[in-house]
Ligand binder design. Structure first.
Ligand SMILES: Nc1ncnc2c1ncn2[C@@H]1O[C@H](COP(=O)(O)OP(=O)(O)O)[C@@H](O)[C@H]1O
Ligand SMILES: [Mg+2]
Length: 401
């Protein structure tokens, strides 16, 4: 062999061996990273936020100290639901778990009922920390309710906003499922509008406007702040709660789902009177389905009429009149005794009408709605001469994004 070629051949061999080595190392590294990622996905590690824990509560130690973040895991919710043990789901989200015995004690054996819904009864409880909470107890043998229980824990464990109700704990043992929420001392909006409690003060105009803004801001967060976006699917006055300052929070996330493009549900769910007609015909829900229900809620606040008792027919008639004449004053809740801001009423009703448009593409987004309501607030109509009679109380405050 030519002696001059020898170094070249040796060099080529060394280069080849080195190249193969580097490639093998790279492939091994890539494979082990993928394995690690797959195994952590399998174990269902969800980033959590840890809240104040009562002495009766337990938290799974593996979650303590992790930071809250809204990641996209919830996009796989139906899969996660099947994969997760009901009794562990809350700890997976960092929510304190309470024993049934403890709950018996703090509710004085479930004596004070403060509400009732499709899920079951809601009781008042005094925790050993002194905190007052509302305890939603899932009725026995409710398969449907069990899914809603999981949905609420998975969702509220991860999404936090001042206009969404706070989930502060849960119980899951011996077939007993309960959800614990921060207590909202002024109950739900429906009871104020329809005086269901028998001794409610009618809501004044400013309080109604503030409720609309608060709910819009909570929904805007669900639609644009959550990843993936979440559709509530059951916006109605009995699912809006009021705190001691009459500020509103959205509750009842049992039907909520991540929004997915062209996702068809097998059957229509929600509440009669608030259901988006497009969702009913296509069985596909979108953010605009919430916008429709929000529009109904706005009309409910304006008129004090129940959507299940012909509110929308009444509104459609008034809309025809409003086109040709002055405005929406004819449909205003008589309980307001004429104390409202005419301009804001007309602007709010015009916005509500856009929200209940039959075609979802012609409805505004929750972002647009928050923008419009904020502008209405900024106009401060109630300070100018158009106010029919000055509204006594509650200064309105506005919080965006
Ligand atoms: N955190 C709370 N504070 C005060 N009352 C509440 C609270 N949560 C629920 N309620 C009352 O219980 C009712 C039913 O609660 P909800 O969460 O809507 O249950 P469901 O899923 O059964 O409809 C509400 O309309 C309200 O009157
Ligand atoms: Mg409800």
């Amino acid at each position: 062999m030519n002696r001059k070629l020898l170094p070249l051949i040796v060099g080529l061999c060394v280069g080849f061996v080195f190249g193969v080595g580097v490639t093998i190392a790279f492939v091994c590294c890539f494979w082990s990273r993928n394995r690690l990622r797959r195994s952590s996905e399998k174990s269902g590690n969800i980033p959590v936020r840890v809240k104040v824990v009562d002495s009766g509560a337990s938290l799974s130690s593996s979650n303590v100290g992790l930071e809250s973040s809204v990641s996209s895991d919830w996009g796989n919710m139906p899969l996660s639901l099947e994969g997760l043990q009901r009794k562990d789901v809350g700890s997976a989200c960092g929510i304190p778990k309470y024993s049934y015995k403890y709950m018996q004690k703090v509710t004085s054996n479930f004596t004070t009922i403060i509400g009732r819904g499709a899920f079951g009864s809601v009781y008042k409880a005094q925790m050993l920390t002194g905190e007052t909470v509302a305890v939603k107890v899932l009725g026995n043998n409710s398969k449907h309710g069990e899914k809603q229980f999981l949905t609420e824990v998975l969702l509220l464990g991860r999404l936090h906003h001042k206009h969404l109700v706070d989930l502060v704990g849960y119980t899951a043992e011996r077939g007993q499922h309960m959800l614990l929420y921060a207590y909202m001392s002024n109950g739900n909006v429906a009871s104020h509008l329809y005086d269901l409690g028998g001794n409610q003060e009618p809501l004044n105009w400013d309080a109604r406007f503030q409720i609309a803004l608060d709910v819009a801001s909570g929904l805007e967060y669900l639609h644009y702040g959550a990843s993936p976006p979440v559709v509530h699917r059951d916006i109605k006055s009995s699912n809006i709660l009021l705190d001691q300052f009459m500020r509103a929070k959205v509750t009842d996330f049992g039907l909520s789902r991540p929004e997915m493009i062209k996702r068809r549900s097998s059957h229509v769910q929600g509440t009669f009177g608030y259901l988006d007609p497009e969702y009913m015909s296509t069985k596909t829900f979108t953010k605009k389905s919430d916008v429709y229900s929000f529009g109904v809620l706005l009309f409910e606040l304006i008129t004090g009429r129940n959507p299940q008792q012909g509110l929308m027919e009444y509104v459609k008639l008034a809309a025809m009149e409003a086109e040709s004449k002055v405005g929406w004053e004819e449909i205003v809740d008589s309980q307001l005794n004429g104390k409202y801001d005419v301009h804001r009423l007309n602007d709010m009703a015009a916005l509500a009408l856009k929200c209940v448009n039959e075609a979802s593409r012609d409805r505004p987004s929750m972002r647009d709605i928050v923008g419009s309501l904020s502008q209405l607030y900024e106009k401060k109509h109630f300070e100018n001469h158009n106010i029919k009679s000055p509204s006594p109380v509650n200064e309105i405050s506005i919080e965006l994004g």
